[in-house]
Write a protein that binds this ligand. Structure first.
Ligand code: THU
Length: 356
């Protein structure tokens, strides 16, 4: 089985041995089920914040959980991509922070926790569940078999069993996923159109994955999604540092340079209100203070707790124009995203060329 693994979080350091064990556990499940070598599964480690958003979007559950399984609707895949990707099982999303926490709580450590979560989630993708007593017994047995294959003990499985809430796993079936997608609420890339994602992908990613063609394949969109996802996470993290004693309105922003560096900012208020500086400008000035100059920025993302996406103020738009930022992503903490161009945000903006 091919495991497309990615660690998409910066919150906790996951050691290599833990990842290796996780992969071993998944391969054990694959072996037990005689899955073909072409079968593919994506495994992503995320933060509590990201898994919280996914839980809210897909399950209406307003808290982070340890793991989510996103089964892929194979029947639809070839039609969507035109490609031969019938072997994709789906995505396993694990909260690294929760895995660390639960590993400590159980006293068996991160490595074992991570492999449990992975094995359990992969079994979900293969159609197992634990809603009914009989089904649960079968699933537990499969878990045991896989874990024993890699040398993990029965006590660990029993410890888990005592606290089933720690296996708060949801399988989002294809129908639910499609419904959400139609509503424009799936992954970050789905929230932008594929065309927008193509534009926002780093140029080298497009070159690498689309082999010089200007069309974007599914993997290119995924790559762009990763870039946007990273920027989004960084903006939300920066938002936590907002100094907002007056408005209590926290804003976070992140800028991505063409060479791939990310600079962040949050809003900083002042008792002399007019001196307040917005998150977008703090992020931009942060980049500028590190030597970034106009033309060197690929995109800026701004996010706050707004109903609709957060729209930058006029002053920030003018500063964005100075730095010639081609793409601006307006977002909110719920995960809504909208990409616009500078031209759309600030038509007829003031330029140096007007007085030089
Ligand atoms: N704010 C931003 O940080 N960015 C914007 O684009 C709009 C407004 C901040 C400034 C102030 O701290 C708070 O939001 C309320 O205006």
């Amino acid at each position: 089985m091919i495991i497309n693994f990615s660690d998409d979080q910066d919150e906790v350091k996951i050691p290599k041995e833990a990842i290796a064990l996780l992969k071993k556990g998944l391969q054990a499940v694959a072996k037990l089920h005689k899955l073909s070598a072409k079968t593919e599964v994506s495994v992503s480690l995320v933060s509590d914040e990201v898994i919280h958003v996914l839980n809210k979007d897909y399950r209406g559950i307003d808290r982070p959980t340890d793991v989510l399984s996103f089964a892929l609707d194979e029947a639809e895949e070839p039609e969507e991509t035109g490609g031969p990707e019938q072997h994709l099982l789906g995505d396993i999303i694990i909260s690294a922070e929760t895995a660390v926490r639960q590993g400590k709580e159980y006293g068996h450590g991160l490595n074992r926790e991570l492999v449990y979560l992975g094995v359990h989630s992969l079994l979900h993708l293969l159609g197992y569940d634990h809603m009914k007593k009989e089904d649960k017994a079968v699933m537990r047995q499969k878990e045991e078999e896989a874990l024993r294959m890699i040398g993990l003990s029965q006590e660990d499985i029993d410890a888990k069993e005592k606290d089933p809430e720690h296996f708060a796993v949801a399988v989002v079936d294809a129908a639910a996923k499609k419904k959400k997608k139609n509503k424009g609420k799936k992954t970050l890339a789905d929230k932008l159109s594929a065309e927008d994602a193509a534009e926002t992908a780093m140029p080298d990613e497009i070159a690498r994955t689309a082999k010089g063609k200007d069309k974007m394949g599914k993997s290119d969109v995924k790559k762009a999604d990763k870039t946007i996802g990273k920027l989004y996470k960084k903006a939300l993290k920066a938002r936590e540092n907002a100094y907002v004693p007056f408005s209590k309105f926290k804003v976070g922003a992140a800028v991505l340079t063409k060479s791939g560096d990310i600079f962040t900012g949050c809003n900083i208020e002042n008792s002399s209100f007019g001196l307040t500086v917005c998150a977008e400008r703090v992020a931009l000035f942060n980049a500028a203070a590190s030597g970034i100059r106009p033309g060197e920025i690929k995109m800026l993302l701004v996010a706050a707790d707004t109903d609709d996406v957060t729209s930058p103020c006029g002053a920030c738009r003018q500063v964005m124009a100075e730095f010639e930022i081609p793409h601006i992503i307006m977002a909110n903490v719920k995960g809504d995203l909208r990409k616009v161009t500078l031209e759309e945000l600030l038509p007829f903006g003031f330029k140096a060329a007007d007085f030089t």
